[in-house]
Design a protein around this ligand. Structure first.
Ligand code: DCB
Length: 330
């Protein structure tokens, strides 16, 4: 509203002065390093249930997740990432699907795209999650060999770069167990990553990364590990929040590496009241989050209006209802 008034006054002034009339204000760019960016905070570490910076001060990360790089790769490019940073995000999640014509089908091009996105986020002083986005391949063990080679390579590549967080399995689902599948998979990936990097490692759990209670009952050994909890505010509520508190009370750290303002299928709603309740809950606990997703797909969880170009600055006018709500919360 205030923006509308300001832009109206601006238009009137410029009209009188004979200058061209801008329709909507353009965002500041490029992003300058901020207090909550990597240059000010350095390597992250887990202390108790909290993420801390290099000086052991608590730090919370907020940002966007891409949609699948194989479909919406343009929104993982330098301009889109800069735009996201300009709205105040200090986190960017690069969702590299394994199935669905992703990494397993085209490893070289997917990897190149992921690297380009990570490097663009680094250039914006952001923390960046490299997400091995298992979904239709519900059991992470299915492509454990490929995952191990990939993470070993990437951890080596970014071993001196404090920006990168490693999310080893987006959402295990279907007939998969923590004890027999996800935990042994995680142990393997952690070993592969730790051979090179001390970066944070984010670990999923069965039922689309909702079963953190199963993980907490049989936790992983190691440093700088966090358990991911994913939710969609039109589907998930109090039950998952209670799970988070139980896990925190056990002293284990939680990271919301994906959540949406929609139903769990990415559509329906948007559920903004429920979303506000969720974000307040996370904020009270200092839990970091990334929102699904930065794309213009015709689904309510998408942050951009259909047709929004990826190669220019965005104004709030380019954001969907979900996008406006989420970007406001950065
Ligand atoms: C997760 C996935 C993510 C998925 C979103 C929304 O899946 F990590 O990949 O994104 O949540 O469902 C959706 C996109 C669609 C796309 C579809 C397939 O928004 O545009 O067509 O992926 O690639 C979840 C999360 C939770 C639950 C189920 C799914 N759940 N799921 O609780 O039932 O089945 O994808």
């Amino acid at each position: 509203m205030i923006e509308k008034i300001v832009s109206l006054i601006l238009s009137a002034v410029l009209f009188v002065s004979g200058q061209p009339i801008p329709t909507v204000p353009v965002l500041p760019s490029p992003t300058i390093p901020t207090q909550n960016g990597v240059s000010a905070n350095g390597w992250l570490q887990v202390s108790g249930t909290q993420i801390c910076n290099e000086r052991s001060e608590p730090l919370v990360l907020h940002g966007m997740s891409t949609h699948g790089l194989q479909w919406y790769g343009q929104y993982a490019g330098p301009q889109a990432i800069q735009n996201t940073a300009s709205f105040g995000a200090n986190l960017f999640r690069v969702a590299m699907y394994t199935g669905e014509n992703g990494y397993i089908a085209q490893p070289e091009s997917m990897k190149a795209q992921a690297i380009a996105a990570i490097d663009a986020a680094i250039a914006q002083d952001m923390y960046v999650i490299l997400d091995w986005h298992i979904l239709s391949d519900g059991n992470p063990m299915t492509y454990a060999d490929q995952a191990e080679a990939f993470f070993s390579d990437m951890a080596q590549r970014y071993k001196d770069t404090p920006n990168v967080l490693y999310e080893i399995c987006n959402e295990p689902n279907g007939n998969v167990s923590w004890q027999n599948d996800v935990k042994p998979y995680a142990q393997r990936m952690i070993q592969a990553i730790r051979a090179h990097s001390r970066g944070l490692v984010l670990v999923g759990s069965p039922t689309w990364s909702q079963d953190i209670h199963l993980a907490a009952a049989d936790p992983l050994e190691g440093e700088n590990l966090l358990y991911t909890l994913h939710f969609y505010t039109g589907t998930h509520g109090q039950e998952l929040r209670a799970r988070i508190d139980d896990v925190l009370n056990k002293g284990l750290p939680v990271f919301v590496s994906e959540w949406g303002t929609s139903r769990a299928d990415g559509s329906g709603g948007v559920f903004l009241q429920e979303s506000a309740q969720w974000l307040d809950f996370l904020q009270e606990r200092g839990i970091s989050w990334a929102n699904w997703s930065l794309c213009d797909k015709n689904e309510t969880s998408a942050a951009l209006k259909p047709g929004t170009p990826a190669d220019r600055a965005w104004t709030t006018d380019d954001l969907s209802e979900s996008g406006r709500f989420v970007f406001e919360r950065f």
